[in-house]
Write a protein that binds this ligand. Structure first.
Ligand SMILES: CC(=O)SCCNC(=O)CCNC(=O)[C@H](O)C(C)(C)COP(=O)(O)OP(=O)(O)OC[C@H]1O[C@@H](n2cnc3c(N)ncnc32)[C@H](O)[C@@H]1OP(=O)(O)O
Ligand SMILES: CC(C)C(=O)C(=O)O
Length: 522
C-alpha cells in the first residue's frame, strides 16, 4: 500500500531566516497563496513572538489559508500564547514548540544555574519545559508539533525519553531536526529507526524531520529518514533557510516522484506549480537561484553539448530523468509586449500565481507598459520582478527624478542625481569607484546620509540584450534590514531605484512602527 509523506513547508519561517532574505507582509501572503496551489500540507508561517510584523504575517496567512498553518514558538508560555493569538482564526492551527536536546546545546545555551548545574540536571529541566510547553499548547489546539532542536547530535536515549514524554503530554507530530546539518544519510536514517524501536508510544504521533544543508546532505538525509519511518518532511522552496539552508522541497518531492520504482511513498504536491513557486520566492526574497540548481535552476533542463543535443533530439529520455513540463517550466505561447492589453497581462499573471484585479491591475499594467516601451518582449521573469516591485512599495517613496552618469575606461565615474521626497527636490553629484558607487554616493549626499549599505547585487532577469536588470540593495540599520529592489533595462538606474526604495522603507519604518520590513534578528 502506498504511504503519504506530508510536506511541511517552512519557506516563510526558516526560509526567511536566510541571511539577507526579508519578506514584507503582502509578499508572505502571496507566497502562502502559491504554496496552497502547490498543495503543501502544512505552511509554517512564522514565529509570532519574534516581532509584531511576524505576528501579523502569521495572522494573515492563518486567517486566509485552507491549509494547516503552523506557528513556531519556544518552550515558554509567552511565545506559545503569542502563537495561539496569531492563529486564533486559522481553520487548522498548529502550534509548533521546540527546545534544544543535544548536550552541546543544553550546556551552551542553557548555562544559567536555574536550569541546574550538571548536564543531567539540565536535561531534567529541559524535559520538564518541553512537557509543560506541550501541555500548555494543548489547551489551545489539538494539533501540536514538538521539535527537539539539534536532535541530529542528541544522545539517542535522551532523545527517545523526551520524545516519549512529549507524546504522552499530547504532541501529535514529533520533529527530529538535524539542525546543524551534521549527520550522514545512513546515520540519520538509523536515528529514526532507533526512535521507532525505543519510543513505546511512537505510533500516536507523526515522525517529522527537518534537515539542514551544512554538508549538502539535507535532501539525502530526508529521503533516508523517510525510508526509515518519517512521514513528514520539513523543507523550503529553493532550499532557503539558516546558513546553507534547509532541504529543498522540489528536490525531495521530485526525488520521491521520479524514483517511485524504489519505494511506496507519495506526496500530494502539484509538481507543475514548482517552477512558479520557486521563481516567486526567489524574486521576493532576492535570493538568486544558482543556474545548476536541481529541478529549478536555469540550466536544469538546458543541454549545451552537441552529443547531448543530438541525444535529446532523438529521444528526450537520453538526458532527462523528468520533463520540464512536470515541474512547470513554462512553454510560452502568448508573447506579451507593448501591444498587450490588461486581459492578456492578467491571464499571464494568474498563470504565474498572482491574483491581480481592479485598481491593483491598473497599477501593474501602468508599470508593465513603461517596461514594454523599453523592451520588445516581456518574459515571465520580468513579470515576477514587476510584481515584487509592486508589493514592496514604500508609503512615502523617495523618487528618482533625474540621473546622469558619466563613466568609461579613461574617466573618473561621476553621477548626478535629483530626488523628489515629500514635495522637496534634492540634487547632488559625486564621483565613485564605479558608476554604481558614484550614484550611491550622490544619493547619500543629496539626502545627507552616511552609507548603510549592507549588500548589493544585480542580475539579469531574462536572457537577451534587452533583458531587465534587477538590482537588490540591502541596508542595515541596527538590528533591521531593509531591502529595496529596482528594475530597469539600465542597471545603473535599477541600482539607484533599489537604493532609494530601501531608504524609503527605512524612512517608513522610522515614522511608523507598523512598517514594511522584517527584523531578521541580526
Ligand atoms: C533552529 C531555529 O531555527 S530556532 C528559530 C530561530 N528563530 C528566531 O530566532 C526568530 C528570531 N528571533 C527573535 O526575534 C528573538 O531571538 C526572540 C524574540 C525569539 C528572543 O529574543 P530575546 O528575548 O532577546 O532572546 P535572545 O534571542 O537574545 O536569546 C534567546 C533566549 O531564549 C532562550 N531559548 C532559546 N531557545 C529556547 C527554547 N526553545 N525554549 C525556551 N527558551 C529558549 C535562550 O536560552 C535565551 O534565554 P536567556 O535570555 O535566558 O539566556
Ligand atoms: C525549530 C527547529 C524545527 C529548527 O528550525 C531547527 O532545528 O533547525
Amino acid at each position: 500500500m502506498k504511504e503519504k509523506v506530508l510536506i511541511f513547508d517552512t519557506t516563510l519561517r526558516d526560509g526567511e531566516q536566510s541571511p539577507g532574505a526579508s519578506l514584507n507582509l503582502q509578499e508572505k501572503v502571496e507566497i502562502a497563496r502559491q504554496l496552497e496551489k502547490l498543495n503543501v500540507d502544512i505552511i509554517e508561517a512564522g514565529f509570532p513572538a519574534s516581532s509584531p510584523l511576524q505576528f501579523e504575517a502569521v495572522r494573515h496567512v492563518g486567517d486566509e489559508s485552507g491549509k494547516i498553518v503552523a506557528a513556531l514558538c519556544r518552550a515558554m508560555e509567552n511565545d506559545i500564547k503569542s502563537a495561539h493569538d496569531a492563529l486564533r482564526n486559522a481553520r487548522y492551527p498548529r502550534i509548533h514548540t521546540f527546545i534544544s536536546t543535544s548536550d552541546i546545546h543544553i550546556m551552551g545555551k542553557f548555562g544559567h544555574e536555574r536550569y541546574g548545574k550538571t548536564l543531567a540536571e539540565k536535561q531534567r529541566s529541559i524535559l520538564k519545559m518541553a512537557v509543560d510547553a506541550v501541555r500548555y499548547a494543548k489547551t489551545f489546539t489539538d494539533d501540536i508539533e514538538f521539535s527537539a532542536e539539534d536532535a541530529g547530535r542528541t544522545d539517542p536515549a535522551y532523545l527517545a525519553e523526551i520524545i516519549e514524554a512529549v507524546i504522552e503530554a499530547g504532541a501529535t507530530t514529533v520533529n527530529i531536526p538535524d539542525t546543524t546539518g551534521y549527520t550522514w544519510p545512513s546515520e540519520f536514517g538509523k536515528k529514526i529507526a532507533d526512535l521507532k524501536q525505543r519510543v513505546t508510544n511512537i505510533d500516536q504521533a507523526v515522525i517529522s524531520v527537518h534537515c539542514h544543508n551544512d554538508l549538502g546532505l539535507a535532501v539525502a538525509n530526508t529521503l533516508s529518514s523517510i525510508e526509515n519511518g518519517a512521514r513528514q518532511a520539513e523543507c523550503s522552496i529553493n532550499g532557503i533557510g539558516e546558513r546553507a539552508g534547509n532541504a529543498s522541497l522540489e528536490e525531495i518531492v521530485m526525488g520521491l516522484k521520479v524514483r517511485s520504482d524504489l519505494h511506496d511513498f507519495y506526496t500530494d504536491i502539484v509538481t507543475e506549480e514548482i517552477y512558479n513557486t520557486s521563481r516567486m520566492v526567489s524574486s521576493f526574497t532576492g535570493l538568486i537561484i544558482q543556474p545548476n540548481k536541481a529541478i529549478v535552476g536555469d540550466n536544469a533542463f538546458a543541454h549545451e553539448s552537441g552529443i547531448h543535443q543530438d541525444g535529446m533530439l532523438k529521444n528526450r529520455q537520453t538526458y532527462e530523468v523528468m520533463t520540464p513540463e512536470s515541474v512547470g517550466v513554462p512553454q510560452t505561447t502568448i508573447v506579451l509586449g507593448r501591444h498587450s492589453g490588461k486581459h492578456g497581462l492578467q491571464a499571464r499573471l494568474s498563470s504565474l500565481g498572482y491574483k491581480v484585479t481592479g485598481e491593483e491591475l491598473e497599477k501593474v499594467y501602468e508599470r508593465f507598459l513603461s517596461v514594454a516601451d523599453k523592451k520588445k518582449e516581456i518574459y515571465d521573469d520580468d513579470l515576477r520582478v514587476l510584481m515584487g516591485d509592486e508589493l514592496n512599495k514604500p508609503l512615502e517613496p523617495l523618487e528618482l527624478d533625474y540621473l546622469h552618469v558619466n563613466s568609461g575606461t579613461a574617466s573618473i565615474p561621476t553621477a548626478t542625481v535629483r530626488i523628489r521626497a515629500k514635495g522637496n527636490t534634492y540634487e547632488e553629484s559625486s564621483t565613485g569607484d564605479g558608476p554604481v558607487d558614484a550614484c550611491f554616493r550622490a544619493i547619500e549626499r543629496a539626502l545627507s546620509l552616511g552609507s548603510l549599505l549592507y549588500s548589493y547585487s544585480v542580475r539579469s532577469t531574462t536572457a537577451g540584450r534587452q533583458a531587465l536588470g534587477e538590482a537588490t540593495v540591502r541596508l542595515k540599520d541596527g538590528k533591521h534590514l531593509f531591502t529595496g529592489r529596482g528594475v530597469s533595462t539600465d542597471i545603473i538606474e535599477a541600482s539607484a531605484k533599489a537604493y532609494l526604495q530601501a531608504l524609503s522603507l527605512r524612512q517608513d519604518a522610522e515614522e511608523n512602527e507598523n512598517n514594511n520590513t522584517i527584523d531578521n534578528g541580526i
